[in-house]
Design a protein around this ligand. Structure first.
Ligand SMILES: [Zn+2]
Length: 247
């Protein structure tokens, strides 16, 4: 049986704690709740870790969060040797907020990189210290320094980052809504979550289910650490926090 979990992080990425009820525990010990603030691994963003407090105040460590049979079923994977919860039990959830905030900053930075480098994306992975986006470009002549400067201009401009749901038909009728032409939105669900940057999405909009900071200035200082050649027509850009190290 497949369950459906209300994904609270989708409407409020800044919620660090909330209450939830256990819907099921699967045969591998994964905990499925009625609602959650734990983001499940997908779209290149790793799932959240954190803790769940039982009513007696004892904690259960959450080592990973993944999706189940379908994307609406979110499974909280306990760490080793954690107590087994009961169906119907109430839990107080708390995500590892410092880690999540790093991922939200990095994820937003990846969106900005696709604005600076408007080329087809072949892969992406968001990490706490290092993120990468792979582009289908033969040789764009980009330098780390120039891309970093353009990224930081967008960060400093303090553009808003927000989500907007649109109907699939609206997207089909207005293909320019998706400024990054490289991301193919998932179809078949009826509605699509667009992540928009800038007033009236003036900087970018693209389909994404991840968590992001609310303003570009929250990304903080970032730099392109490397531009690697991955095959004849593929370049991998690595984003890291902080100022570009002096050579
Ligand atoms: Zn995103």
């Amino acid at each position: 049986m497949a369950y459906s979990t209300e994904a609270v992080f989708r409407d409020d990425a800044y919620l660090r704690e909330t209450a939830a009820r256990v819907l099921a525990v699967n045969d591998r010990g994964g905990i499925i709740l009625d609602r959650t603030i734990f983001y499940a691994t997908s779209g290149g963003q790793p799932g959240d870790t954190g803790t769940m407090l039982r009513e007696d105040g004892s904690p259960i460590a959450v080592a990973a969060t993944i999706t189940g049979e379908h994307k609406d079923e979110i499974i909280h994977v306990p760490g080793p040797d954690q107590p087994v919860v009961q169906v119907g039990e109430r839990l107080k959830l708390a995500i590892d907020w410092p880690r999540r905030l790093l991922l939200m900053r990095m994820h937003a930075a990846c969106h900005l990189l696709t604005v600076v480098c408007p080329y087809p994306i072949t892969g992406a992975a968001v990490g706490e210290d290092d993120s990468r986006v792979d582009f289908d470009i033969p040789d764009a002549g980009f330098t780390k320094e120039a891309v970093t400067e353009q990224l930081m201009e967008l960060v400093r401009a303090n553009h808003p980052i927000y989500t907007r749901w649109i109907a699939e038909e609206e997207l089909a009728a207005n293909p320019t809504l998706v400024k990054s032409k490289n991301v193919r939105p998932p179809s078949g669900t009826g509605r699509i979550r667009l992540v928009c940057i800038g007033d009236n999405a003036s900087v970018d909009s693209q389909p994404c289910g991840g968590t992001h900071v609310a303003r570009t200035v929250e990304i903080g200082e970032i730099h392109i650490a490397k531009i690697e050649k991955k095959g004849r027509e593929n370049r991998r850009f690595r984003i890291r926090f902080g100022a570009m190290p002096a050579n």
